[in-house]
Design a protein around this ligand. Structure first.
Ligand code: PMP
Length: 364
């Protein structure tokens, strides 16, 4: 049976993207790879809304790799501030509590978002090297009010960092306009390529501030990736560590398709799908975890009430739609997550609701 993947990444696929990877192996200095890498790096700026004052990175790994690579910009005894809306916001703290820095932290209950006021009231009199937050919190489906949070973080910290792993490619992104110094994502989510690459942009101001005794180790030290990225951008190869060759062949084509669709229309498509799903969930008498006004275009947390969410997910899986389980610890078993990102269509939304309706009937 054909199964639709409406997980939170990888998500709904696209054979055309996958087919670009189905070929005899090519080396990381081959013209095919170099062209794909150059095209991908070029497209990264469009995805993030970055201008020429940003350096683009595409490195092996995924979202967590580019998150941890932020250690490149830190030195011993720095103070950082983490504003968390859930499990992936917490990941910033999980990463940096392993480094010799002080981490201050603010969070909210599942479904809500940290506000600018919370930051100014609690931390207004302190000074940080970096302030971290999350565009779309994948554990709840909450979208941050980025301009507001970025503005408040900038008042207390030298640099502002944003996790766009679940947003880039499906939400409006304006790195330069919003003043984001380091903005990260991964290949497998709303960009719609297979997993394997961590993608980021870093502002010139941030790049110029890399400390001599940076806390980053070796493979995730962005200083080691600067020369290769510059080379790749000019169409030439330079080895530091092996890039995820096939992922980048797919990524390059995904970016071509995004250019053709335009970011504006892509964001509209994601937003339409979100609205259709929300209507359907309402009609089924189920709730949505994210508060109204904070609902993302890419992830919807569905509160399942008296129904066991895990049982519902298994039933839907058996009927052709793969959803993700709820991972926020405060709501275990009480919700499921629909990923609607990448190549998702309105038809997929209709199918998801229909399969959910039948699954509810069969387990009630
Ligand atoms: N941040 C967010 C918001 C995410 O959704 C994810 C992946 N679910 C990550 C970070 C980590 O990305 P990866 O799994 O690619 O390492």
């Amino acid at each position: 049976m054909r199964r639709i993947l409406m997980h939170v990444g990888p998500s709904v696929g696209n054979y055309e993207v996958l087919l670009r990877m189905v070929r005899d192996n090519v080396g990381f200095n081959s013209p095919e790879f170099l062209e794909s890498m150059q095209n991908s790096l070029d497209g990264v700026s469009l995805l993030f809304g970055a201008d020429k004052s940003y350096t683009q990175f595409i490195i092996p790994g995924g979202g967590t790799s580019v998150m941890e690579a932020a250690a490149t910009f830190l030195q011993e005894n720095d103070r950082i501030l983490v504003a968390s809306n859930g499990v992936f916001g917490d990941r910033w703290r999980e990463i940096f509590r392993r480094y010799r820095v002080t981490v201050d932290y603010v969070n909210v209950v599942a479904g809500e978002s940290v506000t600018g006021n919370m930051i100014s009231e609690r931390f207004g009199d302190r000074r940080y090297r970096m302030g971290f937050f999350t565009h779309v919190e994948t554990s709840t489906g909450v979208r941050s009010q980025v301009p507001e949070i970025a503005r408040e973080l900038r008042k207390v910290s030298d640099f502002v960092v944003l996790d766009g792993v679940a947003s880039i490619g499906g939400e409006e992104a304006e790195a330069a306009k919003w003043g984001i110094d380091y903005f990260v994502t991964a290949s497998q989510k709303a960009i719609g390529a297979p997993p394997g690459a961590g993608i980021a942009v870093a502002s010139d101001r941030l790049m110029e501030s890399i400390p001599d005794k940076s806390l980053a180790g070796y493979s995730l030290n962005l200083a080691n990736w600067m020369d290769p990225m510059e080379s790749y951008l000019s169409g030439k190869g330079k080895y530091f560590a092996t890039p995820p060759v096939h992922t980048i062949l797919g990524l390059s084509y995904a970016i071509d398709l995004i250019r053709e669709e335009t970011m504006k229309r892509r964001v509209e498509r994601h937003s339409n799908v979100r609205a259709l799903l929300a209507d359907g969930i309402n009609d089924l008498g189920l709730g949505i975890l994210a508060k109204d006004g904070f609902r993302s275009n890419t992830v919807t947390g569905v509160l399942t009430g008296d129904l066991d969410a895990r049982g519902l997910i298994s039933e839907c899986f058996a009927h052709g739609v793969e959803f993700a389980s709820g991972v926020h610890p405060s709501l275990a078993g009480k919700y499921l997550r629909i990923g609607h990102m990448g190549w998702v269509t309105e038809n997929d939304a209709a199918t998801a609701i229909s399969v959910l309706r039948n699954a509810i009937r069969s387990i009630s």
